[in-house]
Design a protein around this ligand. Structure first.
Ligand code: NOJ
Length: 518
């Protein structure tokens, strides 16, 4: 059973480096998040996901954790984070931290111990082969860096040795079975980290690479899922309102493994990418067939629905699929969508079942920047630039000097800001606020209410039912009609024009509407 507060939750993802700097050192901090809680609540968000804010050498922006229980000094102290939990709760906001269970930094004390030639408590905490020239089947590995004779397996970048949760079907002497006491010790160590933060007031975790624990645990992920179910048992017994969202994007597996939510990520072939990012990798010359582009060449919502409906129907009684506007690994929507197109895309995302996530800055349409890589960001760096609060110095992000900033702020003269968009009733920011307020008002727009497509034909608006509400979206530049009975229904929210007659629903160019029976 999912945590009850998720039913009407809307998350705001914060990349802490870039949100708000209160001490003028050019990098965002925990106190900056505390100062902006009213802004976040005012948007209509009721929960936060904060990217890793723990001690780290930052070779992968903090996804290389050196100490799971210590806030990175650049963001503040543990006490600051405890204060954030308290202040957020007072304002009705929950806080999820980012748990990175698949790997640590190569500078973590466990790894240092594990590298030693003498056997010790941490020798099996990571996956080591037993000879300095021996690798592992298809897993990336590193040799020649340790006094121990063996190579170690990587989970992602070179700086991220894989923690050892064992192998599903061990093939070599150095591969532990998943029920080996040392593999179980890794799981218990991660539960200890979770308890530490939950005891201090955090409300749960976004879990990095949730599918990556047990190796060679191929398609069915049975052994990795068993670990998560064990974690879920602990949460149910000790922290029943704690929530977990998986970075997995296989909700049939993740929700059965005990997760409350699973992200619908921008992975090729799963349909999500066809909505806003149907252009391959960012490049100057591209053909863009995104569903929400006004000029999409071959608009077809079925490309999204094919996977979505399969997942949704299979998992709706187990937990939630989380639709995202973007995240720190994904190109911002503003890269290829204009303001109107973003409004329609967000209107769709915020009226879907499950628990939506808004990435900081997307509410004002922050641009994707072409930048050199920072902290292992590579192309992702462009989506991680400082939040744009107001015109003027560093766009209100920091009082520090411009060249001390974590990343440069958008240099464009028309860089969008919160302050400017506050003034315009029809700005993207105010549209996001109106949409989220609507979602909170109408129970049928929230996580649990049923979803059923009504009209999915090409050349017609996409129309879907959520509970008793009827919702239509027409991203094209033409007026489109769909034959259906929508008589007697009144729009409770509309962008553009909508007309519903006895036997048809007509939607003007680039329009969206939520209709309710009188
Ligand atoms: C997924 C995270 O979202 C990403 O930013 C990170 O680089 C990898 N996992 C490795 O932890």
């Amino acid at each position: 059973m999912a945590a009850t507060w998720l039913k009407d939750a809307v998350f705001y993802e914060i990349y802490p480096q870039s949100f708000y700097d209160t001490n003028g050192d050019g990098i965002g901090d925990i106190n900056g998040i505390i100062e902006k809680l009213d802004y976040i609540r005012g948007l209509g968000c009721s929960a936060l996901w904060i990217n890793p804010c723990f001690d780290s050498p930052f070779k992968d922006a903090g996804y290389d954790v050196r100490d799971y229980k210590k806030v990175a000094p650049r963001y503040g102290t543990n006490s600051d984070l405890y204060r954030l939990f308290g202040e957020a709760h007072r304002k009705g906001i929950r806080v999820l931290l980012d748990l990175v269970p698949g790997h640590t930094s190569e500078e973590h004390a466990w790894f240092r111990e594990s590298q030693r030639a003498e056997k010790n408590e941490y020798s099996n905490r990571y996956i080591w082969t037993d000879f300095c020239f021996q690798g592992a089947r298809n897993l990336p590995y590193i040799g020649g860096e340790s006094e121990r004779s063996g190579t170690y397996i990587l989970n992602f970048f070179k700086c991220q040795p894989a923690l050892n949760y064992g192998f599903l079907n061990p093939e070599e002497s150095w591969q532990l079975p998943a029920d080996h006491p040392d593999a179980i010790a890794t799981r218990e160590a991660m539960k200890d980290v979770m308890r530490f933060w939950l005891d201090h007031g955090c409300d749960g975790f976004r879990v990095d690479m949730a599918a990556s624990l047990v190796k060679y645990d191929d398609e069915r992920k049975s052994a990795t899922s068993a670990i998560w179910r064990n974690v879920r048992e602990m949460l149910d017994a000790e922290y029943p309102e704690a929530a977990m969202v998986a970075e997995w994007s296989e909700p049939k597996l993740a929700l059965r493994a005990g997760y409350d939510m699973d992200f619908y990520l921008n992975n090729p072939g799963n349909g999500y990418s066809t909505l806003m990012r149907d252009y391959g990798m960012p490049s100057a010359e591209r053909e863009d067939n995104s569903y929400f582009r006004r000029d999409a060449r071959d608009r077809d919502i079925c490309r999204f629905l094919e996977t979505y409906l399969d997942w949704y129907r299979d998992t709706k009684d187990l937990g939630y699929i989380s639709m995202i506007t973007c995240n720190h690994d994904t190109v911002r929507p503003r890269f290829n969508l204009d303001e109107r197109e973003m409004k329609l895309a967000y209107a769709f995302i915020f009226t879907m079942p499950g628990v939506p996530f808004l990435y900081y800055g997307d509410e004002i349409g922050m641009r994707y920047q072409e930048l050199p890589t920072k902290e292992g960001g590579y192309f992702r760096t462009g989506s991680r630039t400082p939040m744009q609060w107001a015109p003027g110095k560093n766009l209100g992000f920091s009082t520090g000097c411009a060249d001390s900033l974590y990343l440069p702020v958008d240099p464009a003269p028309d860089a969008p800001t919160v302050a400017e968009q506050e003034q315009r009733p029809d700005s993207l920011l105010n549209t996001v606020r109106a949409l989220l307020a609507l979602r909170h008002r109408e129970e049928d727009l929230q996580a649990d209410a049923a979803f059923e497509p009504v009209c999915t034909e090409k050349g017609q608006p996409f129309v879907y039912r959520r509970g008793k509400l009827l919702i239509g979206v027409n991203p094209s530049g033409e007026t489109l009609t769909c034959a259906m009975r929508a008589e007697g229904m009144k729009p409770v929210y509309a962008l553009g024009s909508v007309k519903n007659g006895a036997d048809s629903l007509t939607m003007g160019p680039q329009s969206f509407a939520v209709l309710k029976a009188e």
